[in-house]
Design a protein. Structure first.
Length: 126
């Protein structure tokens, strides 16, 4: 990865905010996102998975095509999860997502925010 320090906080929800992420799906998503990020030369700095949504802090190269990357994360994971027998909850994402640039000085603040997601949403902790 180059010397660029481009950090982005991504967030998206399950379709209709239905609780589709259980422990098995969480494990699948962690591995899927890690592999997908690696293929795109993206580093996942922090990841928070709850029953109804995903938060991800990534470090990307400056040439990143963000909508395409999100498509790989969302569309790819939904497609792959649909083929898993243990995916009893289904996995469908809402069409929209949020992306916010994060300055290097705010990275730790955002990391802490993501780590604290189970406390922000105790009913959605996995």
């Amino acid at each position: 990865m180059s010397a660029h320090q481009l950090f982005i906080h991504l967030a998206w929800t399950t379709l209709d905010r239905k609780p589709m992420i259980d422990a098995a799906t969480r494990s699948f998503l962690e591995e899927f996102f890690k592999k997908t990020a690696s293929r795109q030369d993206v580093e996942i700095v922090e990841l928070a998975l709850l029953k109804t949504h995903v938060h991800m802090l990534i470090r990307t190269p400056s040439r990143i095509d963000l909508p395409r990357l999100v498509q790989f994360f969302k569309g790819g994971s939904s497609f792959a999860a649909s083929r898993l027998s243990e995916n009893v909850l289904g996995l469908r994402w809402a069409p929209e997502y949020s992306s916010t640039s994060v300055g290097p000085r705010q990275v730790e603040t955002v990391r802490n925010y993501l780590r604290d997601q189970p406390n922000h949403h105790p009913d959605e902790a996995i």
